[in-house]
Design a protein around this ligand. Structure first.
Ligand SMILES: Nc1ncnc2c1ncn2[C@@H]1O[C@H](COP(=O)(O)OP(=O)(O)O)[C@@H](O)[C@H]1O
Ligand SMILES: [Mg+2]
Length: 242
C-alpha cells in the first residue's frame, strides 16, 4: 500500500502540495488527475523518495520513505517501477539494452540471466521483435512499451506511471491502457497513474483522485467519478473531455 498523509511541499516560492492525502491499496490502479502544474509528477517523486515532504507522511507498506537511507531507497526502488513520460529511453542504447539497465545497475544477475529476463519482459509488452532497434527509430507507442518493459524488468510490486499516453493517438493509447490493466491483473502490480485522459482513467483505473490546490478535491471509484456532479469531475470525465 502507498500512503501519502497530509503532505505539504513547497518548491521555490510556491506551495505545491497542501495537505495531500492519497491511499493506494494493493492490487489496484489509482489514477491521479488534475490540471497541469498542480503537482502530479511531484507527488510521484515523493513516493520514490526523490522529494521529501515538508510536512506529513509518505509510506510504502508501512515503511516511512523520507527517513530511508540510501540503501533502503535502492531497495524500495527495486520494488517500484517508474514509467516516465514518453518512455524516457536512452537513444544510443538498443531497446534490449535500455530494458536491461536496471538489472545491470541494481542486480548481481549473470549476462545470460539478464538476457533471458529482458526477452521475457519484452515479450510481455509485445516488443520482443524490436529488441535490437534504437529509440529514435521506433514509434511513440513502442517507446512507451519499451519504457514499461524497463519499469517491469525488476519484477516490481508497484509501478508509477507518469502520463503513459501523452502524445499517443487514441488507438495506440487504448493498447497501452489495456497493457496497464493487464500488468495489474496478470502480475498483481499496484499502480499509481498520472493522466489527463478520461480514456486512460476508465480503461485501466480502479479509483480516481483529482488534484487541485495541492490536495485531492474529489476521490472515488471510477464509476463514482464518472457520474459525479463535481465541476472537476465533469471537466476531466465529461463527454468530450479527452
Ligand atoms: N525541482 C523543482 N524545483 C522547483 N519547482 C518545481 C520542481 N519540480 C516541479 N516544480 C514545480 O512544481 C509544480 C508542479 O509540477 P509537476 O508536479 O511537474 O506538475 P504536473 O501536475 O503537471 O505533473 C510546477 O509549477 C513546477 O514548475
Ligand atoms: Mg507531470
Amino acid at each position: 500500500m502507498i500512503e501519502l498523509q497530509d503532505v505539504y511541499k513547497r518548491l521555490g516560492t510556491r506551495d505545491i502540495l497542501r495537505g495531500l492525502t492519497v491511499t493506494v491499496p494493493k492490487g489496484m490502479n489509482f489514477v491521479l488527475m488534475g490540471p497541469s502544474g498542480t503537482g502530479k509528477s511531484v507527488t510521484l517523486k515523493h513516493v520514490i523518495g526523490i522529494f521529501k515532504p515538508d510536512r506529513g507522511n509518505v509510506r510504502v507498506d508501512g515503511q516511512d520513505v523520507p527517513t530511508m537511507d540510501q540503501k533502503q531507497l535502492m531497495a524500495l526502488r527495486k520494488r517500484m517501477g517508474y514509467l516516465f513520460q514518453n518512455g524516457a529511453l536512452i537513444n544510443w542504447l538498443s531497446v534490449a539494452d535500455n530494458v536491461a539497465l536496471p538489472l545491470r545497475e541494481h542486480s548481481q544477475m549473470s549476462r545470460t540471466d539478464i538476457a533471458d529476463r529482458v526477452h521475457e519482459v519484452l515479450e510481455l509488452v509485445g516488443m520482443a521483435h524490436a529488441h535490437a532497434q534504437f529509440p529514435p527509430n521506433i514509434s511513440g507507442g513502442m517507446k512507451l512499451r519499451a519504457g514499461l518493459a524497463r519499469a517491469l524488468v525488476t519484477n516490481p510490486e508497484y509501478v508509477l506511471y507518469d502520463e503513459p499516453n501523452a502524445g499517443l493517438d487514441p488507438i495506440i493509447s487504448q493498447q497501452i491502457h489495456e497493457l496497464i490493466a493487464e500488468v495489474r491483473d496478470r502480475l498483481s502490480v499496484t499502480g499509481l497513474i498520472v493522466t489527463h485522459s478520461r480514456a486512460c482513467a476508465t480503461q485501466c483505473g480502479d479509483r480516481i483522485g483529482i488534484l487541485e490546490s495541492g490536495r485531492l478535491a474529489i476521490e472515488g471509484s471510477v464509476d463514482e467519478i464518472v457520474h459525479s456532479d463535481h465541476p472537476l469531475a465533469r471537466a476531466f470525465m465529461g463527454i468530450g473531455s479527452d
